[in-house]
Write a protein that binds this ligand. Sequence first.
Ligand code: MCN
Length: 798
Amino acid sequence: MTTKLMGQKVQRVEDQRFLRGQGRYVDDIAVGRDVLHAAVLRSPHAHARILDIDVSDVLDVDGVHAVYTYDDLAAFSTAMAEPLPLLIPHPALTHGRTQYTLAKDEVNYVGEAIAFVVAEDRYLAEDAVGRIRVEYELLPAVVGVDAARAAEHLVHDDVPGNVGARMEQNIGDAPTAIATAPHRLELDLTIERSACMPLEGRGTVARWEPDLNRLQMWTSTQTSTGVRAAVALKLGLDLGQVDVITPDVGGGFGVKINHPWPEELLVPFAARALGRPVKFTEDRREHFISSAHERGQVQHIEVGFDDDGRLLGLNVEFWHDHGAYTPYGLIVPIITSTQLLGPYKPQNYRVVFESLYTNTVIVTPYRGAGRPQGCYAMERTMDAIAKYLGKDRTEVRAANFIQPDEFPYDHGLIFQDGRALEYDSGDYPALLEKLKKLIGWEQFPAFQKEMAAQGRRVGLGLACYVEGTGVGPYEGAHVHIETTGKVKVATGLTTQGQGHATVFAQLVADELGVKFDDVEVVTGDTRRMPYAVGTYASRAAVMSGSAIHLAAKRAKEKALRIAAEALEVDVRDLEIVDGVVSVKGSPGSSIDLATVSVLSNPLRYAFDEASKAATQFSVGDARKPPVAEDEEPGLEGKDFYSPPHATFAAGMHAAIVETDPDTAEITIVKYAVVHDCGHMINPMIVEGQIHGGVAQGIGGALYERMAYDESGQLLNASFMDFLMPYVTEIPDDIDIDHLETPSPLNPLGIKGAGEAGVIPAAAVFAAAIEDAEGFPITAMPLSPSDLFALRETRGATP
Ligand code: MCN
């Protein structure tokens, strides 16, 4: 019996390469010495009409090969003349708008692409960009939710009130339930814009192969198949003429799911036109001003509840800052509006949001995607109820939990995947008990008192969340046992550092009965797996994990059938251990998978000893036809997995913070996480994902924000000014405990884990700081200087 690898803390196979600097990112791809480099002219204004673009000073610069503006794209084709795709349309998005690949006659945020220069090197390209003269007519900029709502000025002339979408969902009748409830509260909670900061920014390189009439491109994306479809459509190519390969990706965190970025079209467009490979690598300032942001929301909550703190009605209105365009549809605000409910039964719920245009960078999902805002709204409401009733904060939460025997629990709302918001499994009371133990909930009041006696302020906060993960529509996998006995696995979704090469190999080793070291995983290469969707919504483990498990099962069934014929035994008597098929209990009668693979492919020609065994005059095992009539040759298995709807993971975090009475410095004393992502494939990787998420959450709650001025200039578009936390700001120990309530929706009982760590941070820190300071915290993120200022205005002493 070999030990199953599912559930084991297997060391990540990819780390040796990454840590030794051997990762291969887009910028490392060698496409030939004749590669050209691109730079983009970006709008310096948040809102302006373009009156004229004069490129004449660039055309005769030595080493510049091309400069493109909107007119060049429009002259090429109607498809390139049109705006970029609106990827996820929604009936409520009545005024969806997307930008042009290169601005046509108006720019709507600082950073919007206007012209694309291709030159011998990046220095020349950048210098040439500096020589393009654009005449602008400045228009008033709309910055922030309040300005968008006031609608004194419009971002898009044809979008009244700056409202791209208004959407409402209801369970029961919340306004009436609140009006008749014994107790009522109202809260206003804001959360500011932030953004993900992968170490590797966006990047694309492309090569046109004239002899093959084919485009090859490498891009740092979370969806190679999506980019491929968009590029083929826009450039007028058949899908089969475009290969998109995603090599190692130095972090995505959501931003790379949006596609095609203008550069993902312009690079292949130029490569084809110029007959030379072309490369674009984003710099950090470009990442700040021309990729995507998230989080900015203003939220108003009305709640009605009984004496036990049980919700009777919840009415939530929020205003979502969507930036200048809506390429990713309403996914972020829809997630806030549905996932806000967390582990609770609201009884009656009404949620309305407006998605507002502003003259700022576009908004698309950033790890957590709308959930941090929702969790912050709900959990602050729970804290407010507890305070109002003088009850323990955990008691109020427990009174509202969906109970373990109530699953599946259908809220009666529509989730971001267009399917029912139906929780599949969970045990929230058990999670809360674990969290209380881990953080020392019962012991904290004594500790707080003791610290207060020394003039020190400490506070404790907690927050609970439920996360819809593993959304459809599908993902697929291909498992190929080579004639060497090595196993090659391909799945089409991409990987950005989550350890997919390790976890997927664990699943294949388990199912197929081969050695872990003999399995090699490829992701995000449309040549290997053209049918795939992408890496977002913590879906790889559930979706590709399930598909890989099913594909391995198919490969195994075939291997066993061929081996049974070769060994002349009943297939039911066989097992595979360490790559060898043998009769159970009689290991002498065996055949290794390498030989089975040879037998699976009847040959006329021999190239080596192994292939000789599969030729028509060979003696021994291969004399019988190994391939059944309805089978393809080769030892392969392919399968797809498509779930009925998302599977819902859950978690609860708690933190103890200390705030300095003089400087308002905020120090994390302890951080605890309890987490349920169903069966874990690799608990070490799950914990790594939680650590990374918590670090990102701390950044979002205490340090990071997008500092726009009134004219729409981003004032902190560099790592000198945008405060990402260092390792010194992240606690050394994050205490983690797990609960595994398997999902009934997929064969392995998995739920996703990739975003979990980031979701509750804003809620947890707001609660902990409030507990330390004694006055309400209603706006996040909260820096020491914000806290200092709050102390002045709220004049509180703990
Ligand atoms: N896992 C597991 N058992 C489970 C669930 C997950 O072992 N029950 C493992 C998975 O096999 C995978 C990892 O944990 O190796 C995360 O799995 P999953 O929850 O399926 O999330 P994805 O792999 O789909 O990753 C996407 C998710 C998202 S949406 C963002 S954003 C994100 C993230 O994960 N971006 C990341 N984690 C990131 N981690 C890194 N290093 N870089 C990013 O850009």
